[in-house]
Design a protein around this ligand. Structure first.
Ligand code: ANZ
Ligand code: ZN
Length: 823
């Protein structure tokens, strides 16, 4: 018999699938639909190990749905606008498209070899005119609804990339891409009004709970950051060396602590500080503001930062007591959160306390928590307790006092209940070349004029390349003079194009809709197809997109819903995050020199072995450490599975009921368990179960009923189908050796014969210190060791063990009883 040769097997099946169109979606197919989507790749170089992991994992739900008889859409495309292409073009005196499309071809070839079950006919690239034309069209719809607008404001600016960044792209005060410290710069920029959707983005997460990883939901919740509280108004006393000023509003989540206010603080960089400051203190404030320009918001709010500030020479009036409260400016108050001003409650807010201690301000306790006085301990008390020193409210708890305080303020016309968000509008304009031009014309008489839809796309000027794209603080498009000058679509007079391009997150906020009909030149997508396929049933991608991409895609979907184009308003029904691929416990990087080349791995072990290794290494959401895994072990297993198929001597169609009962019950138990494991996304355990099945079939061939037994054929055929989820080449070859028509991908899922699953089972009781705490269904012949292990693994029992100080002794009477003695 011939040996297992992965290269030969790959060469046989890759062309077959392509010619056969095995994974192309038939639009007329009316079976149940499944849309399985991997986050599309960015074309930087060739595919790497991270892609290999993500796509191996993402292919499993697609292939499983196909085996279960669904009509599966599993498309691929490229997120192909963006800075790296532009930087490469500057360096190589080239056009960004050269680098981009060359890399796409390289990646596409690797993808094909990697045998992802993809419909290649739906391939798209966001940098194609046929795509960005519709990105621009969507921008215009947002614009028409007032959801895309321009404003002047201090923005995050990366001095190295010479472009603005969204808040979301600033990580610990540095540029997400290049790590350079980000500064603030006042600029006129385009924004999407995502804040108008804050409540819906938050509330609709209820639909996603249980289907999205909880940590992603909680990251989104925090990012949106809804706080409920009150706005309180403070009158400002007149002074002799400054103008009269309007009262200042503050946002507080703790109006119940009103009597604990001993000072006010405004953001030093807000205009408000300059209005409030008296002549005597103006110089001091200006120096303080200048020094602040280089400090990031995160640093400003950091707990370790020394509290600094400037007294503004003013006093505010306490709304309840009439007391005079000194007004300060400091950097720990942010200009663009709430009202840019806070009431200082040093006893119960840590940053206020640090500020009060630094400046020698009063600390007044108004919530009695039983802890040491904050001025002594240095720790503000934020626990539960009754109000004190708060005349009419003394004795009330927070729950009662907050609404009471709001009511009193409302009655006095000095405040109201307020909801505040951390979420800011999405800054979408970029002063870079390689993106979708913003389809707006600026006219001296008409102002901002949308480019008429029938004139889309606004193409990128063709003649810019190399050094012309280098960052100069304004968009490179501004240098294309002929491109910039246009006639105003409104009045026909000379006007200029907007020279900014869109953030590439705009491109990726709707690509899942374009996959439904990527070649359609007449519309953005086909609403009927969208209703048929969307929302995406299973979305797969890295947790690094937990906030940005997913929030933006959700926002786009809601706006597109409100445009009346679709009936759903969440894009991704279920989300799965895969872990990272590490090497030696660390992320692969050039500087560590621990990179692993995917191509070399594929050459050495074969596609299937690499895919199998990725999936077998750990549950999908965990990291895979390439130093700890064995692709050669995977290759050996694949050869073993393949030889089982090779050894089968019965003809296709023999009745498995005539075969070995013992093997059949292993086979059917495996199928039943694998169904549940796939449902629970425990893909690594699926592989472990498959290995057991292959071993059981091998044993039956060698020392049981022999290679002609119909149960052996059944076992081998089912093994091939399960294996096709991760190792498509080997599985397809097995299927062919078993005399079946390709493709195994469409072979259907075996139905479980329930009568083969019945085992002799009994109920074991699990006690902790003699008290019944849980029960277990176990086989009557379970060993004492197995029973003990299963009992100790029960979550309920683990809780008792933890609470009771660990296991002292375990008494086992298999199969009926386990008693855990704790403490
Ligand atoms: C008084 C107070 C007493 C506060 C207390 C807290 C505890 P979140 O939950 O994030 O919304 N704050 C308001 N605006 C601010 C700004 N622009 N920069 C920095 N801090 C600001 O936080 C709201 C709380 O953060 C507000 O409630 C305010 O301090 C502060 F025992 O008001 B609090
Ligand atoms: Zn005009």
């Amino acid at each position: 018999p011939k040996p297992y040769d992965f290269a030969e097997i790959e060469a046989r099946w890759l062309p077959f699938w392509e010619e056969d169109g095995t994974f192309e979606v038939d639009p007329e197919d009316t079976r149940e639909r499944r849309y399985v989507l991997d986050m599309f790749p960015y074309p930087s170089g060739d595919l790497h190990m991270g892609h290999a992991e993500a796509f191996a994992i993402g292919d499993i739900p697609a292939r499983y749905a196909r085996l279960r008889g669904c009509n599966v859409l599993h498309p691929i495309g490229w997120d192909s606008f963006g800075l790296p292409a532009e930087n490469a073009a500057i360096k190589n005196d080239a056009h960004p498209a050269d680098w981009t499309y060359a890399n796409i071809e390289t990646q596409a070839a690797s993808f094909k070899r990697y045998a992802i079950s993809t419909d290649w006919s739906r391939r798209l690239h966001t940098s194609d005119e046929s795509y960005y034309r519709w990105t621009q069209w969507l921008f215009l719809q947002f614009h028409r609804r007032g959801l895309a607008y321009r404003k002047d404001s201090p923005v995050n600016w990366c001095p190295k990339d010479q472009t603005v960044l969204a808040n979301e792209q600033v990580v610990d005060g540095a540029c997400e891409r290049c790590g350079t410290q980000v500064i603030k710069k006042a600029l006129n920029q385009w924004y999407f009004k995502i804040t108008e959707y804050a409540d819906r983005l938050l509330d609709d997460m209820d639909q996603l709970a249980g289907h999205w990883p909880e940590r992603v939901l909680s990251m989104q919740r925090n990012w949106i950051g809804r706080s409920t509280g009150a706005t309180v108004r403070y009158e400002i006393e007149p002074v002799t060396d400054g103008a009269d000023v309007a009262p200042i509003d503050v946002f507080t989540t703790r109006p119940d602590t009103l009597y604990g206010v001993t000072f006010m603080v405004v953001a030093a960089d807000a205009d408000l500080a300059q209005q409030l400051v008296t002549e005597e203190h103006r110089q001091e404030l200006e120096s303080y503001r200048t020094a602040l320009g280089h400090v990031s918001d995160i640093e400003r709010q950091s707990a370790d930062r020394a509290r600094t500030g400037v007294f503004l020479g003013r006093h505010a009036v306490h709304p309840m007591t009439g007391e005079r409260l000194p007004v300060w400016a400091s950097d720990y108050v942010l200009a663009d959160y709430g009202t840019g001003a806070v009431m200082g409650v040093p006893a119960h807010d840590q940053r206020d306390l640090e500020f009060a201690l630094a400046m020698g301000l009063d600390v007044r306790v108004v919530v009695e928590t039983g802890e040491e006085h904050p001025a002594q301990s240095g720790s503000a008390t934020s626990g539960e307790g009754a109000l004190v020193n708060s005349p009419a409210w003394d004795g009330l708890g927070k729950e009662q006092a907050v609404p009471r305080a709001v009511q009193v303020l409302e009655d006095k016309d000095l405040g109201r209940a307020t909801v505040n968000y951390r979420l800011r509008d999405w800054l979408l304009s970029r002063q870079r070349f390689w993106g979708a031009p913003i389809p707006i014309v600026h006219c001296p008489s008409c102002g901002e004029v949308p480019v008429p839809e029938e004139e889309l796309p606004v193409r990128l000027p063709a003649d810019l390349r190399g050094e012309q794209l280098a960052p100069k603080g304004k968009s490179p498009l501004a240098a294309a003079e002929e491109w910039v000058s246009v006639d105003c679509p409104g009045c026909g007079e000379p006007a200029t194009r907007d020279t900014d391009t869109m953030d590439t997150f705009v491109d990726s906020s709707w690509y899942f809709l374009r996959f439904l009909n990527p070649q359609d030149d007449a519309r953005v997508f086909d609403p009927a197809e969208a209703d048929r396929w969307m929302p995406v049933d299973q979305y797969v991608g890295g947790v690094e997109h937990a906030i940005l991409h997913l929030l933006y895609a959700r926002f786009f979907t809601k706006v597109i819903h409100d445009l009346g184009l679709i009936s759903f308003d969440e894009p991704f029904k279920a989300l799965m995050n895969q872990g990272q691929v590490l090497n030696g416990g660390k992320a692969m990087s050039k500087s560590l020199g621990n990179g692993v080349d995917l191509g070399e791995q594929l050459d050495a072990y074969g596609v299937d072995a690499v895919r199998l290794t990725m999936v077998f290494a750990s549950p999908p959401e965990d990291d895979v450490d390439w130093a700890d895994v064995s692709p050669s072990g995977s290759a050996k297993f694949l050869a073993r599975a393949w030889r089982v198929a090779q050894d089968v001597t019965s003809d296709p169609g023999t009745d498995p009921a005539d075969g070995s009962d013992q093997l059949r019950s292993v086979t059917h138990r495996t199928v039943a368990d694998v169904e549940q494991l796939l449902e629970d996304q425990k893909f690594n355990v699926v592989i472990a179960r498959l290995m057991e099945l292959v071993n059981a079939v091998r044993k039956e061939i060698d020392s049981g009923a022999g290679p002609a037994d119909p149960a052996v054929r059944e076992g081998a055929e089912i093994a091939a189908r399960i294996l096709s989820l991760v190792a498509p080449y080997t599985a397809e070859d097995m299927w062919a050796m078993l005399g079946r028509e390709p493709s195994v991908a469409n072979a259907g899922w075996p139905s479980v014969d329930q009568s083969l699953l019945v085992e002799d089972t009994t109920t074991a009781v699990v006690q902790v210190k003699g008290k019944l705490r849980d029960k277990l269904e176990v086989a009557t012949d379970i060993s004492a060791e197995d029973l003990e292990a299963r009992a100790l693994a029960l979550p309920k029992i683990q809780k008792y063990i933890e609470a009771d100080g660990g296991v002292r002794k375990v008494i086992v009477r298999a199969p009926k009883l386990v008693n855990v003695v704790t403490g």
